[in-house]
Design a protein around this ligand. Structure first.
Ligand code: URA
Length: 276
């Protein structure tokens, strides 16, 4: 596939150390060892700030208050009626969810971030939905997805395709709460969270979904096949084209795979451009 790139996009790709026309591994320095989101802690909001300013990005103060940890909490069934909720009710339902044990350790739920809605209660209108795996430590503190090292790379990837996390894009995770110690999500946790993600997709109706990493793929495609086998073609989720790609945290550890991630972004761009 060929793609016209303007100078800005080429500059962004150069910054990501992606050589557009060559499959060779890019060569940018990455920290040695496993890159965890916890490597770049984000300061907590100042204690003196008012309640509204302490609310994590994109969430109302009341939602923030509901979301805090409940050590030893008795788990409660997920709220009913998710499939008919509007955007605000869905966000409040996530903030008040105590359906799996992650509610006992989370600091905040992480609903998502992106283009603001045109009117209260409306879902944002976006072409792109990026789905990651689960909040890490920084995301749990801030209540916003992808704010650590992987998030920085994701932002560069979005810039390379002329997008921005707050315009025409929405970013969410398969899990809305942080698994303690950044352990892998458990099947029960993914199952409990799946209806929230499903409803987010229904309300957003994006033109493409970019599923990043194996747990996003498990949640959306119910597949445990490796990413390498699923990428390179367009899948469907609820009638929305879905492209599978590597998780940015994996790309930080394996920069040689960035050329493939770029190819995946090109595939997703083509899906967005297709008349629909
Ligand atoms: N990794 C994810 O999958 N999601 C986040 O929000 C942060 C890191």
């Amino acid at each position: 596939m060929t793609l016209e790139l303007d100078r800005r996009q080429r500059a962004m790709l150069a910054e990501m150390n992606i050589q557009v026309w060559s499959p060779e591994a890019p060569s940018f320095p990455v920290p040695s060892g496993r890159v965890r989101e916890a490597d770049a802690p984000v300061p907590a909001p100042p204690a003196s700030a008012g309640a509204a300013s302490q609310a994590p990005v994109g969430r109302s103060p009341s939602a923030a208050a509901a979301a805090g940890p409940r050590p030893g909490a008795t788990l409660q069934p997920r709220p009913s009626g998710i499939e008919t909720m509007d955007w605000d009710s869905l966000q409040a339902a996530v903030a008040g969810c105590f359906a799996c044990k992650l509610c006992t350790s989370r600091k905040n739920t992480v609903f998502g971030v992106g283009q603001p809605p045109a009117a209260p209660g409306d879902a944002p209108r976006v072409d792109w939905l990026v789905v990651g795996e689960a909040p890490g430590e920084n995301e749990d503190l801030r209540g916003e997805p992808f704010v650590g090292q992987a998030g920085k790379l994701l932002d560069k990837m979005l810039q390379a395709i002329g997008q921005d996390r707050r315009r025409n894009v929405y970013i969410a995770n398969a899990l809305k709460c942080r698994p303690p110690g950044n352990r892998n999500p458990e099947p029960e946790e993914l199952a409990q969270c799946e209806p929230y993600l499903r409803r987010q997709v229904e309300l957003l109706r994006p033109r493409v979904i970019l599923a990043m990493g194996r747990f996003a793929v498990q949640a959306l495609l119910a597949s445990t096949e490796p990413i390498g086998r699923l990428r390179g073609r367009v899948h469907q989720y609820q009638g929305v084209p879905l492209v599978v790609t590597y998780h940015p945290a994996y790309l930080l550890r394996s920069p040689g795979e960035k050329a493939k991630a770029w190819a995946d972004l090109c595939l997703a761009m083509a899906a967005v451009a297709r008349p629909g």
